[in-house]
Design a protein around this ligand. Structure first.
Ligand SMILES: [Cu+2]
Length: 169
């Protein structure tokens, strides 16, 4: 009887393992080592490239590192984000590090509500996608690399023939 229970537990654990793996939330540190700052004038694309270089999935976590009291994180509507209207915020996170769970799909708009920080570039918009579809875009490359093989196979004999021809004649 006990053996059956253990077996059931093992099977259940085995079934849950991959599931737990795929639903594991990723943490994204906003701005990397620079953190959540007013971007320097030479680096105004800091947060747009951060957004472009990351894939944000449902239940992932954004980590904003900043000096508490000198910056904060607020969520805005698109309209207020575009115009940097930080007086009408949806949520406000004033203590660092601010850890924000991306609990829905779609667009998120963040900014710092301290005077003029948003218009100086301390703003971030991201797009959150559902599920783990990360493997789908990776599948096309293998056929492409296999297609390259015959080319190599043809090129090498041709090179040999060319060399041989030069030596003999
Ligand atoms: Cu700020």
């Amino acid at each position: 009887m006990a053996n059956v229970e253990i077996l059931v537990l093992l099977v259940a654990a085995a079934l849950l393992m991959p599931l737990r793996h795929t639903t594991e939330a990723a943490e994204h540190v906003v701005g990397g080592s620079a953190g959540w700052i007013i971007p320097s004038q030479g680096d105004t694309s800091l947060y747009t490239s951060f957004a472009a270089n990351n894939t944000f999935r449902l239940n992932d976590i954004l980590v904003f590192n900043f000096a508490t009291g000198f910056h904060n994180v607020v969520t805005l509507s698109k309209k207020h984000y575009d115009s940097c209207n930080v007086s009408e915020v949806m949520q406000s996170f004033d203590t660092a590090p601010a850890r924000i769970i991306l609990n829905r799909t779609g667009e998120f708009y963040f900014a710092c509500a301290f005077s003029s920080h948003c218009s100086l570039g301390q703003k971030l918009s991201i797009h959150v996608t559902a599920g783990s579809s990360s493997l789908a875009p990776l599948s096309p490359p293998p056929p492409a690399s296999r297609a390259a093989m015959p080319l190599v196979a043809v090129t090498i004999p041709v090179l040999f023939i060319a060399v041989a021809t030069n030596v003999l004649f």
